[in-house]
Design a protein around this ligand. Structure first.
Ligand code: FAD
Length: 447
């Protein structure tokens, strides 16, 4: 019998076992609460390594975890006692500036894509923290500052190369496995391991503008009302944001990608919202903009988060947003809360074009909390849950990449019933044994 049990010399990359020098670093992901021990880690340096890894896991009956950026808040990339397929050595990006296409390997981080495309004044939608993985972000949808102009990251994928549950290498595009192409655009890591994404790029220039105005919570209700009304008229280059952070202030603003002079035309309307206690207007380069939250979003802290999609944002929701799950918005160790506007090109795409759902979203709500001391785990997580629960009556669904410990209920909130049924059909066809289940899982019919 041939064996697919990998030996170090059969791989282009590395096999790491407990006790190996690089093992602990390789099993460490973004959320410091995740401390699991895979039986083996294959650091894949080629598509052949990914095939070997999948076949090995199946032969040894090991649970598979797939790692790109490692940002899954649950640490789904790290299977306890299983086989971790670490794609990070596959981090390359090739840009064809003439065709305006980027070929991005399945383990690449967003920063690599942004930097390579910006050398030509190009970009495609990517998230707001440059050490997030292209893999997990794009497979769930992929929201970023360009989405209102050019659609979500998944709307810009031209093709996927992936390794299936039975170790085949196939491509999915509008003409090859079009059913799978539909499911990969928003269906998460359920159908295979993507080894290459081909993205459409756009001539966005290299400049951006960010404006923020901060108010005490007591005076923030009318400000947020005005901000909501302005958002309804906002140009697509502008993505409106609102947040309450550690300073306890309510901050409203927008991010603009394109000529900053045009973005500045929105400033008088923001200035008229009220008298802020602090404000800033800056003109970062696009690459700087994309790195701006890298430190706040850094690795090595304990993390918990929750999210909702909001189709509307009535006054009662504004009040709940400002209170963050407390009686009056006051208290210690409250989570950060934030809103980011959808609309524009996201909503132009017909709903049945891709697995991604909830294109009619007005704002995405997120609450996140970070801390260092394990003794605080329960209190911190409870605080974030309270904040999210307060917004739940206004929610219309959730972004699959914002799910944490929501389980099957969360998956049902991410995909309306008809989409979930179609995704289940795809899972039956491409992964009937649920080999890829460490994700926001779409179960095949038989499981
Ligand atoms: P990983 O933990 O490596 O992967 C998560 C899951 O994705 C894996 O379990 C696997 O199922 C799947 N996966 C990853 N790569 C592949 C692949 N190549 N093939 C098959 N399956 C794969 N989301 C946004 O849309 N916009 C944002 O601006 C944004 N900002 C974020 C900022 C931070 C700091 C964090 C922590 C998250 C952010 N997110 C954002 C959410 C993010 O999209 C998800 O956490 C996503 O799962 C991260 O992907 P990853 O590759 O980094 O994570």
């Amino acid at each position: 019998m041939t064996t697919t049990n990998p030996t170090r010399d059969r791989l282009d990359g590395q096999l790491l076992l407990p006790g190996d020098a690089a093992y602990d670093e390789a099993r460490t992901v973004w959320n410091a609460m995740v401390d699991r021990h895979p039986r083996m880690i294959i650091r894949c340096a080629s598509v052949g390594d990914v095939v070997t890894a999948v076949r090995t896991a199946r032969e040894l009956d090991l649970e598979i975890g797939v790692r790109c950026g490692g940002h899954s808040v649950l640490g789904l990339a790290v299977p306890d006692g299983g086989l971790m397929i670490d794609l990070t050595p596959l981090g390359g990006v090739r840009v064809d500036p003439v065709r305006r296409v980027a070929a991005v390997q399945g383990g690449a981080l967003l920063g690599a894509l942004d930097r390579a495309a910006q050398r030509h004044g190009l970009a495609t939608t990517a998230g707001n923290v440059s050490h997030t993985g292209v893999g997990g972000l794009t497979l769930g949808g992929g929201m970023g500052w360009l989405a209102r102009q050019y659609g979500l990251a998944c709307d810009n994928v031209l093709s996927y190369q992936l390794v299936t549950a039975d170790g085949q290498v196939i491509r999915a595009s509008r003409t090859e496995h079009p059913d799978l192409f539909w499911g990969l655009r928003g269906g998460g890591g359920n159908f295979g391991i993507v080894t290459e994404f081909e993205f459409r790029l756009h001539p966005v220039g290299t400049r951006a503008l960010l404006a923020e105005y901060s108010f005490p919570l007591e005076s923030a209700l009318p400000v947020l009302r005005g901000w909501r009304e302005l958002n309804a008229q906002a140009p697509r280059q502008a993505t409106f944001t609102a947040s309450i952070g550690r300073d306890g202030l309510a901050t409203v603003g927008f991010v603009w990608v394109g000529d900053p002079r045009r973005g500045r035309r929105l400033l008088p309307e923001f200035a008229a919202l009220g008298r802020p206690v602090a404000h800033r207007v800056i003109e970062p380069s696009y690459v700087e903009l994309q790195r701006m939250d890298d430190v706040v979003g850094r690795h090595a802290l304990r993390r918990y988060s929750k999210g909702h999609y909001l189709r509307e944002f009535p006054d009662a929701a504004i009040e709940a947003f400002l209170r963050r799950g407390t009686v009056d918005g006051g208290g210690e160790n409250l989570p950060n809360v934030g809103l980011q506007a959808y609309g524009g090109a996201i909503a132009d795409v017909p709903d049945d074009d891709a697995a991604f759902a909830h294109r009619g979203t007005m704002f995405e709500y997120g609450t996140g909390i970070s801390w260092a001391d394990p003794a605080e785990d329960a209190d911190r997580m409870a605080a974030a849950r309270r904040a999210a629960t307060a917004l739940a009556p206004f929610a219309s669904g959730v972004y699959v990449n914002a799910l944490s410990d929501d389980g099957a209920d969360g998956v049902r909130r991410a995909y309306p019933a008809a989409k979930l049924a179609r995704l289940t059909g795809l899972k039956d066809a491409y992964d009937p044994h649920n080999v890829f289940h460490l994700n926001q899982n779409i179960k095949p019919t038989s499981r």
